[in-house]
Design a protein around this ligand. Structure first.
Ligand code: EPU
Length: 302
């Protein structure tokens, strides 16, 4: 989708939007899969309601992309433009036990920044790729913790009202890899309240999580983390492994030979390759174990 209408491009520029024509989603996602479209970088997040209103009134379909680490995007010319907040470094401000974090901040960088300020609790999230906003919207977690436990306030664009609003932590439901945010809501900033811990102690925790992750996950391959959520009481990775599907391929998409719930792009994987592999594995797990695996990865088809 291209914004070729000059008056619209002009209005977007006035709203602080940087238009990057013909961006490749393969370059913006950790799976390295996805077609091309215009990318709109929102340099002043306060203008998001006006930007979205403008796009809606011009009938320009749009989707919001965070860090691109949990999304599988279709190939070819995409039928929507991409909105994104530009990355910020560090994008974190500390006040007492609270960290005020921009949604576009890198998750790992945020964990480290907080650690250096003697604020812990998020050690498990080290090594989880992506932005704080993305982690927030899916309630990312690992090694017994989840980010939702530390959320005290969220500033977000609410699709329902078309406004920027602030929610208190207790107004949001944080479940396993799921939250009560609406799909079209856009995370902007979050206030986390974290336990005090000496930097050295946090570093030890980070080291342990890093080692566990390195030992069991294909960190240097193109993936979206775990493809499926774990069903209650079971492990998707273990079931897929027990079916001897590690290394199983569809075109350029393969079940990782390191962790069976990671599907990797080993070369020129298309979205169709990855979707075929997902369907195939889901069916086999259903047949053998009776579990209907739910995607953790978000699929953007059309
Ligand atoms: N297992 C196998 N074979 C495999 C993978 C796992 O036998 O190929 C076994 C392991 O040996 C272990 C059990 O299955 O006994 C669970 O494995 P693991 O500890 O790797 O945990 P997981 O349930 O597969 C979850 C999260 C990960 C998170 C880890 C660590 C989900 C879907 N996955 O994985 O999160 O990093 O625990 O806490 O909840 C993600 O969400 O993208 C993700 C990577």
């Amino acid at each position: 989708m291209r914004i070729s209408h000059l008056p619209v491009a002009g209005k977007l520029a006035e709203l602080g939007v940087e238009l990057r024509p013909g961006a490749s989603l393969a370059e913006l996602t950790s799976l390295a899969i996805g077609g091309a479209t215009d990318r709109l970088l929102i340099r002043r997040y306060e203008s998001l309601p006006e930007v979205i209103h403008l796009l809606d009134s011009e009938a320009i379909p749009h989707r919001f992309l965070g860090g691109g680490t949990n999304v599988l995007v279709t190939d070819g010319e995409l039928p929507w433009v991409i909105l994104q907040l530009p990355s910020v470094n560090p994008g974190v401000r500390i006040e007492g036990n609270c960290a005020f974090v921009d949604a576009a901040a890198d998750l790992g960088g945020t964990v480290t920044f907080c650690a250096k300020n003697n604020l812990g609790g998020m050690e498990g999230l080290i090594g989880v790729p992506g932005s704080v906003g993305g982690a927030l919207r899916m309630n990312a977690g690992a090694y017994g913790m989840q980010i939702g436990s530390y959320v005290r306030e969220v500033e977000l664009y609410r699709a329902a009202s078309g406004q920027i609003e602030t929610l208190r932590g207790e107004q949001v439901r944080f479940d396993y890899r799921h939250t009560s945010f609406a799909p079209e809501d856009v995370m902007l900033r979050v206030k986390l309240e974290l336990p005090s811990k000496p930097y050295r102690q946090i570093l030890d925790g980070i080291r342990v999580c890093n080692e566990k992750r390195r030992a069991s996950q294909p960190l240097n391959q193109k993936s979206a983390g775990c493809i499926f959520k774990n069903p209650p009481g079971a492990s998707a990775g273990r079931m897929i492994d027990e079916l001897a599907l590690k290394g199983h391929r569809w075109g350029g998409a393969m079940v990782s030979d390191r962790h069976a719930n990671f599907f990797v792009n080993i070369g020129q994987a298309t979205c169709e390759d990855m979707l075929a592999l997902i369907d195939d594995v889901r069916e086999r797990v259903q047949r053998s174990f009776g579990f209907d695996l739910e995607n953790e990865v978000i699929v953007w088809k059309n």
